[in-house]
Design a protein around this ligand. Structure first.
Ligand SMILES: [Zn+2]
Ligand SMILES: [Zn+2]
Length: 321
């Protein structure tokens, strides 16, 4: 499925098979998760994609041609971070997620909404056994970014997850296993999602803008809704953190300084490091994280994206070629 131009549906078509460069593996795509970032690229909110582009950065694939690290037949995952320069100030200080020259899968590099993909093997992960291909796919961005967000939320005991989709449904399970209490914020009246959150251990689920009945230690925002920033600041105690996990958000309305006062902080989470991936993929089977996925044939990618846009998914959408 090819993005020719932002704002237009993806086109089903034949493209030339990717030819792996030195250090790349060639993969047969087994499953590819659909991420909200894909929607932001499709809608033109992220403005510099390679074009034409194959979206998709939660790729589970079988190695057809190996390089050094992987052998044919291995099952590997390809995440958003596809390449870094290794030399900029961020790379040399352990923050490759902020690399000045980074290339991202399904944005700068062709991704996994396809039958084949080539990827730099240094940025691929072995996929933990015990997960079906479709179940593993959402771990690779929804899980990884959620895990990084949870870490940046600090030692919060009472934690809000606002926007209860693919990422929050994974983070909720990790947070509950760590002994935290999860407060799930959804769109007002979205009772299905609220029930889903409670089924995964959330102690409260309700309208995110109105907020829970008690003050929280931290809130992670997964919904790309700027109005949630001042709302979440209202819901956290002194010293509390509001962590925005998404790559794009609607404008944040102005708000009185008193909402930030009291050493409350707002921060964003950008991308992932390979270390995040290794740690999270080791942790997930021990929780154990169970992903709820809805599988779509690759040709129905536009339908899957539309369902994500409308909030009409339970858990994560995954494409299967
Ligand atoms: Zn993503
Ligand atoms: Zn760098």
């Amino acid at each position: 499925m090819v993005l020719e131009r932002p704002g237009k549906p993806l086109q089903l078509g034949e493209v030339a098979d990717p030819v792996p460069a030195t250090g790349q593996v060639l993969l047969r795509v087994l499953a590819c998760g659909v991420c909200r970032t894909d929607l932001h690229i499709l809608d033109g909110e992220l403005t510099e994609p390679k074009l034409p582009l194959v979206l998709g950065h939660q790729v589970v694939g079988e190695v057809l041609e190996g390089a050094d690290r992987f052998a044919p037949g291995d099952r590997v995952g390809v995440p958003w971070l596809g390449w870094t320069d290794g030399t900029c100030r961020y790379c040399v200080s352990g923050r490759e997620n902020l690399c000045d020259g980074a290339r991202f899968t399904g944005y700068d590099l062709d991704g996994g909404y396809a039958e084949l993909v080539a990827a730099d093997e240094r940025f691929c992960f072995p996929v933990p056994d015990g997960y079906a291909d479709t179940e593993a796919a959402p771990l690779l961005c929804a899980g990884l970014i959620g895990f990084r967000s949870l870490r940046l939320a600090g030692d919060a005991e009472a934690i809000g997850l606002y926007g209860f989709g693919a990422s929050a449904h994974i983070v909720c399970q990790v947070a509950v296993a760590q002994g935290r209490r999860v407060f799930a914020g959804t769109r007002a009246g979205d009772e299905d999602t609220q029930a889903f959150a409670r089924s995964l251990g959330a102690v409260w689920a309700g309208d995110a803008l109105a907020g829970p009945p008690e003050t929280l230690d931290a809130v992670i925002l997964f919904a790309p809704v700027g109005d949630l920033v001042p709302a979440a600041l209202r819901h956290v105690r002194k010293g509390g953190r509001v962590v925005s996990a998404g790559i794009h958000m609607s404008d944040i309305p102005s708000f009185p300084y008193e909402l930030l006062w009291g050493e409350r902080s707002i921060l964003s989470v950008a991308n992932l490091t390979r270390q995040d991936g290794e740690e999270f993929l080791a942790l997930a089977p021990t929780v154990p994280v169970r992903t709820e996925v809805e599988a779509f044939p690759l040709a129905d990618a536009n339908d899957a994206l539309d369902r994500l846009r409308r909030g009409a998914l339970r858990g994560a959408a995954v494409l299967v070629p």
